[in-house]
Design a protein around this ligand. Structure first.
Ligand code: FE
Length: 285
């Protein structure tokens, strides 16, 4: 069978958002333009060296029905939760948190000369796992395999498989793939993708071209942008003068109804009301 590279279906400009106690970030999933890319509910990109943009952080808040994935590129995010976990996520580290039936936590970027840069992705949980036991997977930078290709391309595999290398995050319901890819100038990057997955590329450094529809051939994209990928079984990203760095993410769509209210994402309105009731009555966790 002939390989079918996925086309750039939509190119999304990240929107400035103020979240938490006043953190400035760029959101590209979870907005009016793209409210859901099943199974992905939200993608936030934070990057600032100005403490005023991030020092207020995300004080104690609840989550239910989702997984939150925090990937830090520079700086440190300290975290603490009602299950008794606490620690910090440093440069290159990942925290994959399955909120399940409920967790309350705080996420506080630390003020430092390098500032803070990174991402938070929300992955939806299927109905049968929405009330599962909360779980953390804290992955240190040193545990994330780095594939170096001959042309200088570097692929950090966080979850899923690439070139027969498995990422350290495991047993995630949506069977996601998550990698951080750096492609040098004048290169062509190709990778296999599960044809049943929905996927995107979040280009956060440089420029790259993606296959486009119809007679256009290809479309040139300048960072930061989210590229929603169409159907196919592979990805093709081509650079010219400029290098490119991007998150490459995919997952199996759940195809279930969603009801969302801030940090809660359930299947029905009633389940959201239950979450609010549990929170009010103090039996959320
Ligand atoms: Fe949170």
């Amino acid at each position: 069978m002939k390989a079918l590279p996925r086309r750039a279906l939509k190119i999304i400009e990240p929107q400035p958002v103020v979240e938490g106690a006043g953190v400035r970030l760029k959101r590209s999933i979870g907005t009016r333009t793209l409210d859901y890319l099943d199974p992905f509910l939200l993608l936030d990109h934070f990057a600032s060296t100005n403490p005023r943009d991030y020092e207020a952080g995300f004080p104690l808040h609840p989550h239910r029905g989702i997984e939150t994935v925090t990937y830090v590129l520079s700086g440190t995010v300290s975290h603490k939760d009602t299950l008794g976990n606490s620690g910090s996520i440093g440069a290159g580290d990942v925290q994959w948190m399955t909120a399940g039936r409920g967790i309350m936590h705080e996420e506080m970027p630390q003020v430092s000369p390098e500032g803070i840069a990174g991402f938070q992705l929300w992955v939806n949980l299927p109905a049968k796992l929405k009330m599962t036991t909360p779980r953390y997977q804290d992955i240190l930078a040193s545990e994330i395999p780095e594939i170096k290709r001959d042309d200088g391309t570097i692929i950090r595999v966080i979850t899923g498989q690439m070139d027969h290398i498995d990422g350290p995050v495991s047993e995630i319901a949506a069977d996601p793939f998550y990698a951080d890819v750096s492609v040098p100038p004048h290169s062509s990057f190709t990778g296999a993708m599960d044809p049943e997955h929905a996927g995107f590329v979040y280009l956060f450094e440089g420029e790259a071209s993606f296959p486009a529809g119809g007679s256009v051939g290809e479309v040139r994209v300048t960072s930061p942008k989210l590229v929603v990928l169409g159907d196919g079984d592979s990805i093709n990203v081509v650079t010219s003068e400029s290098p490119a760095r991007f998150l490459w993410v995919s997952g199996k769509p759940l195809n279930e109804p969603i009801a969302r209210y801030g940090p809660f994402v359930m299947n029905t309105r009633e389940e959201i009301e239950q979450a609010l009731l549990d929170l009010r009555r103090g039996n959320f966790v």
